[in-house]
Design a binder for this molecule. Structure first.
Ligand SMILES: C[S@@+](CC[C@H](N)C(=O)[O-])C[C@H]1O[C@@H](n2cnc3c(N)ncnc32)[C@H](O)[C@@H]1O
Length: 299
């Protein structure tokens, strides 16, 4: 995995062992131009997804002095928020495969916070065994090729009293936040290749039955899925322009438009604007979305 330049804090930790071979595509994706775009959008993404961080932290109940792993922590917003909750006697390890996103995380984290960031594949990283209280993630756990293997590996890092709490997307039909712009883009560009229900991707954990099966196989107990409907403000204070730009920059629309001619991209942008207009109110563009908050116990 690539090395990381950071300023102001000790360097990002590096697991120099290779990632799981089956995760190679995802590791390349999150270290390529898409990972860089996510990193570049860090501030707006963090505002957009703040409501989800708030729900996750509420349900995860981090306590002073606890040790937490933030899996697929990306540009660090939730790892930093957890570090603020556990205080100086606690500790947060944010791990991620993406060099560009971890560089952002490292640059954003206040120096005094007890948080480290590490480039590592959660599927194979050798965590210190039985040394953490909470395994948490906002949207960082749906990209494993073999999720039961990944969760079994991560579970070993938890103490017997340890717990799991993560946010993942529910079905596409529950998420106009994704689907309204994507359907608009599809008027002008070919559809993305159909992904199988078990393939890694944003909706890989949409099925309650699948999530229960994966976590049970990995050894977790007391598995609970809470459906949380939301309105996400895709305008982030910048109105329709910002909402359209956000769809073009990251997520499924950006993938569908990759390598498409300029005219098709421009036509898609116009159709996305028309599709989002009914959701706009002033500088906000409030789109319905729905997530699961999944909680479980290590034993
Ligand atoms: C949708 S982003 C979410 C980032 C961040 N948690 C947030 O909420 O902004 C998914 C993250 O999962 C990370 N990821 C994907 N596969 C991973 C793996 N095998 N191990 C660790 N992180 C992984 C990606 O690099 C990316 O940062």
């Amino acid at each position: 995995m690539s090395s990381v330049d950071t300023a102001g804090r000790p360097p990002v930790l590096m697991d120099t062992s290779a990632g799981h071979p089956q995760n190679a595509d995802q590791i390349a994706y999150w270290n390529g131009p898409s990972g860089q775009r996510w990193a570049d959008r860090q501030q707006t993404q963090d505002i957009l997804l703040r409501p989800i961080a708030d729900i996750l932290i509420d349900r995860a109940r981090p306590r002073a002095g606890e040790r937490i792993i933030d899996v697929g922590c990306g540009s660090g917003a939730t790892a930093i928020a957890f570090a603020q909750k556990v205080g100086p006697s606690g500790y947060v390890l944010g791990i991620d495969v993406s060099g560009p996103m971890l560089a952002r995380a490292q640059a954003s984290a206040p120096k005094e916070l007890p948080v480290d960031f590490m480039v590592a594949d959660a599927t194979v990283h050798r965590f210190d065994p039985a040394s953490f209280d909470l395994l948490a993630s906002r949207f960082g756990v749906m990209f494993f090729a073999d999720p039961a293997l990944s969760f079994a590996n991560m579970r070993k890092a938890l103490r017997p009293s340890g717990r799991l709490a993560f946010a993942c997307w529910r079905e596409p039909r529950e998420n106009p936040f994704f689907m309204a712009p994507l359907q608009a883009a599809y008027k002008h560009v070919p559809k993305l290749p159909q992904v199988g229900p078990d393939d890694p991707g944003p909706f890989a954990f949409a099925s309650e039955e699948r999530v229960r099966g994966i976590l049970t196989k990995a050894g977790f107990t007391a598995i609970n899925l809470e459906a949380c409907p939301l309105l996400l403000d895709a305008g982030i204070g910048g109105g329709l322009d910002a909402a359209v730009q956000g769809s073009l920059d990251v997520g499924p629309v950006s993938r569908a438009l990759e390598d498409q001619p300029a005219e098709a991209r421009a036509a898609a942008a116009q159709s996305i604007r028309e599709a989002l207009e009914p959701f706009a109110k002033g500088d906000s563009v409030l789109l319905p979305a729905s997530i699961w908050i999944v909680t479980a116990r290590a034993s």
